[in-house]
Design a protein around this ligand. Sequence first.
Ligand code: SAH
Length: 338
Amino acid sequence: MKNIYGQTFLELENYFESIMEKKYKAVQVYEWLYQKKVTNIDDFSNIRKDLRERLKLDFSTSMISLKKRQVAPLTEKYLFALEDGECVESVLMRHDYGISVCISTQVGCNMGCAFCESGRLKKVRNLKSHEMVEQILLIEKLSLKRINSVVLMGIGEPLDNFDEVVKFINIINHAKGLAIGARHITVSTCGLVPKIKALSSLNLQVNLAISLHAPFDSLRNRLMPVNKMYSLTELLACLREYIEVTHRRVTIEYVMLNMVNDTQECALELAKILRGMNVYVNLIPYNETNHIEFKKSSKNRIMAFYDLLKKEHINVTIRKEFGSSISAACGQLRSKEV
Ligand code: SAH
């Protein structure tokens, strides 16, 4: 049976038409699910009883469930159990400008980045769109907060689960649904070039973030095996094209690994390869994990790297650290459980 939280608005309209009902019923269903947040089809009171019965036959409304929640002043970390018993995690972050959540897109990840906890655990399966939607609904319910923005930076490589991720974006973006603006949704990728092209052709207006992490192929090959498939030259060419087609600024993520990619040489090369592109660099303090030997760069080294990029006229910010005290970072909670 299909899960109702995985239905795009268009799919629901088509469904109603296919059973000889008016398609505006999709509006009513979306309002119950996403505005009134009613989870029981029996309570959809403006929909006829016989039609509610039909809906119950055709759609499940079951949800993922909370396994663990950890709360710190600016961060909340959620471990969710999926119906098949697998787990994923999500993080809520409070910013001055509102609440953002970081959502997982896969159980584990096959990209194998050397510094990343999620990759160490390998991909078990893709998430379905409804499992991503439910992460948001449950966080809103449990935190009593309205979510302003969504980043796909939890466990998994979003573009390795392209169709379900696009469906998920459609669902949460829809005006009759959660109405999270496309410009408040960020897709982060390790650099799957053909999928970045596919994304740009959909014209979704979402933000794109690229996990670059190294300005030399030799180093990037070591840190991110995906670079052996799509080299820096290919990736940067694809980004130039993406920027030209979408007219959107792209975020370059750069995780700061002590004495690995945080040298002066790396900063200068990074500035060189990004020169003239409409990008901004986000320096990410590394969250150390027990299983992996990389260390985080010191504040001084991060500042020196930042200063060098500034001097080279590259837009750069340093990401605020969230949640390391509650192991809210990057696959660490799930990794403790499996
Ligand atoms: N697969 C996607 C999205 C998930 S990872 C991607 O690669 O972009 C989200 C971001 O967190 C990526 O930039 C990733 O490189 C980074 N990351 C992974 N492990 C980390 C850690 N321990 N500390 C800090 N950032 C980490």
